[in-house]
Design a protein around this ligand. Sequence first.
Ligand code: EPU
Length: 342
Amino acid sequence: MTNDFKIQHHFPLQGLNSFGLIASAASYLQVDSLAALQAVRADPRLASLPRLILGGGSNIVLTGDVPGLVLKMAIKGIAIVGEDSEAVHVRAGAGEGWHAFVQWTLAHGLQGLENLSLIPGTVGAAPIQNIGAYGAEVKDCLLSLTAFDFDTGETFVLSREECRFAYRDSVFKHEWRDRAVILDVTFACPKRWQANLAYAELAQHLQAQGRTKPTASEVAQAVIAIRTRKLPDPAQIGNAGSFFKNPVVPRAQRDALLATHPALVSYAQHDGTFKLGAGWMIDQCGWKGRQLGPAGVYDKQALVLVNRGGATGADIVKLAQAIQADVSARFGVALEPEPLFI
Ligand code: EPU
C-alpha cells in the first residue's frame, strides 16, 4: 500500500509553508483522493503516526521538524453542482488554491466570493479558520462541506450552521481538530447579488475610481489592489498574513482605552463587543518595520510578521512574544496568534 501511495521520508517543507521556514516531515504523502486517506487509516503503522494535515501552509509556524505523517491535501476539481431560486451551488476540492477558485467563480459569472480575492491557502483550509477580509467571511457563502472522519473511516457532511463559524474560528479548531479532514466545500453563490462595500477602505477605493455600482469582478480587482499594496506576497517575502487576531473586548474596556488612546482603532460588533485594531496597537508600540534577528514586522502592515531570510520558527516565536509583551504593557490587551504553531 505504501508504495501505491508514495510515502516519502525526510521530506522538505520549506516550499510548503508560506513563511518559508526550514523543516522536514518524517513521513509525507500527497493526498489526491479519499482513497489515499482510507489507505492511511487502514495501515496500522501509518494510522498510529501523529498527523499534520497541510493545505497551502499559509497559516502555520513550523517550530521544528514534523515527527509524524504530513498529509498534503491535493484533491482537485471545481464544478457547478446545482442551484435553487436563490443561488448557484459550486463545489471545489480541498486541494484547489483559494484565489484560483475565487477567480474561477468570477469567470463563470458567479458572485459572492469576490471580497475574499487573493487570500493565500486552499479551499479545504478556508473553513477551518473561517477566512475573512474586506467585510466578508467564508461562512457568508458556504453551504456545506464534506469531510473524512479518521476515527470512524466515514465521510460526513456538515452544514454551515454545524460548522459553528465565528471570527477566525470553527468546529475544526475544536472538537474535530486532529480528527476530520475536509475533502470538498460547496458554496451558494447568490443570484440576487449586491456588492458588499461595508469595509470603508474598499468603498473608498471604488469610489475614487468612479465605480458607484461595481460588478463582482471590479470588487475583486479593488480587493487585489488593496491587498497588494498592504500585504507582502509570500512568494517574495515569507509570511502568514495577519499574525495576530484583532482582540475582541467588552465595551467598557474599549471605552477606557479610548479615554487614554483617542486614536484607538476599534469596530463595533453585533453583540455589543468591540474588535480592536491589533495592527494599530503594534504600530503604536513602534514595531512596524522593525526586526528582531531574521524575523521582522512588515513595514506596510504591522499585523504581519515576516521572514527576512533564514528565520526559524523559534525566531518568529521570539518576535511574536516581544510584540505581545509590549502591547500588553501599553494597552493591557493580550494578543492571540492566528496561525497554528506546529
Ligand atoms: N493600522 C495601523 N497600522 C498598521 C496596520 C493597521 O494603524 O500597521 C490600522 C489602520 O487604521 C487600518 C486599521 O488598523 O485602517 C485596520 O487595518 P487593515 O485594514 O489592514 O485590517 P486589519 O484589521 O489589520 C484584518 C484581517 C486581515 C484582512 C484585513 C482586511 C485579522 C486578524 N486580519 O486586518 O486578514 O485582510 O482585515 O479585511 O482579522 C489574515 O487574517 O491573514 C488577514 C490578512
